[in-house]
Design a protein around this ligand. Structure first.
Ligand SMILES: O=C(O)CNC(=O)[C@H](CS)NC(=O)CCC(=O)C(=O)O
Length: 294
């Protein structure tokens, strides 16, 4: 059994400030002897609008946020503490007119080992609900990253809105995933309606652990001299971990209690194998009827 931690925080537009939030959660996770910490989508910053995002985005080697995370992991490592981090960030695109919404896997020595670029973009307009057009500022990815070994098990990566596309989860499971992660910044309205249900559904579909790190609370978004439209953002929070049977085994406090929080759970691959053996979904699938393998 391996202990993992799943975090929630409330990013601002300051990469340096957000680095401090991440470092506090990293320090807490390490003190609890967790081996992996999952941090939310866009942990490095939330921007006021597309123009602002393109202005403040940095290459990983120039990002005070990523530098802060890497430095802390290296320091912990030199003290004999091994912690790996999955963290959602932004990266510049070639051409410079948009950014990438990426998920990084940073190992216990601060080295970026994996990178996934969000496939599905959140272009949504719900009456009395969120209006967000992610594709204004973000270039979508085109690749599924094969699940890779971590101290907790084989990890498959998605980001936020990707959780609504079960075909990604099914493919990741077929490619060997035991844990799926969807770092998120869910809206209040869609979170209240769907967050727990989506996380549990993907866990049940794939008989895998699902780890949902989350942005939480009211974001302080500022840009200097930016005339563009401002969007007030509040994120749903409720970072959580679901087991392969669909049970929520850990959940962060409600945002009323504070937006920075951590929850932990043991990853039990013996339990995972039992769930898969008792109900062998992957042997019962019907590619003959559907005409394709998931
Ligand atoms: O913009 C950034 O920098 C960070 N990215 C986000 O906040 C993204 C795109 S706007 N949010 C979501 O995908 C929410 C999905 C959601 O709420 C749902 O599926 O219901």
């Amino acid at each position: 059994m391996v202990l993992i931690a799943c975090g929630q925080l409330c990013s601002t537009s300051s990469l340096a400030e957000n680095a401090q939030k991440a470092v506090r959660l990293i320090t807490r996770a390490a003190a609890m002897n967790a081996k992996v910490l999952f941090l939310p989508e866009a942990s490095d910053y939330l921007a006021v609008n597309a123009k602002h995002s393109v202005e403040i985005v940095r290459l990983v080697q120039d990002s005070p946020f990523i530098q802060g995370v890497q430095k802390t992991l290296r320091e912990l490592h030199s003290q004999g503490k091994s912690l790996h981090v999955s963290v959602g960030v932004h990266e510049p695109c070639v051409g410079g007119d948009r950014v990438k919404n990426t998920l990084l896997w940073i190992n216990d020595q601060g080295v970026i080992e994996q990178r996934y670029q969000k496939l599905h973009l959140f272009d949504i307009s719900i009456p009395n609900g969120p209006i967000l057009k992610e594709s204004n500022s973000v270039e979508r990815g085109n690749e599924i990253i094969p699940p890779f070994d971590t101290p907790a098990g084989k990890l498959g990566m998605g980001i936020c809105y990707d959780i609504r596309f079960p075909e990604l989860a099914l493919r990741l499971r077929s490619l060997g995933a035991q844990i799926l992660t969807y770092p998120s910044a869910f809206t209040m309205k869609t979170g209240a309606a769907h967050w727990h249900l989506l996380a549990r559904a993907r866990a049940i579909d794939t008989q895998s652990y699902v780890v949902m790190a989350a942005q939480a609370g009211t974001h302080k978004l500022e840009s200097e001299g930016n005339e563009g439209p401002k969007t007030a953002r509040i994120s749903y929070g409720h970072a959580l971990i679901v087991d392969p049977w669909g049970t929520v085994v850990a959940e962060c406090s409600d945002v009323d209690v504070g937006d920075e929080d951590l929850c932990v759970a043991d990853i039990d691959l013996v339990k995972l194998e039992k769930v898969r053996k008792d109900m062998p979904l992957w042997e019962h699938r019907r590619p003959d009827a559907f005409g394709y393998e998931v």
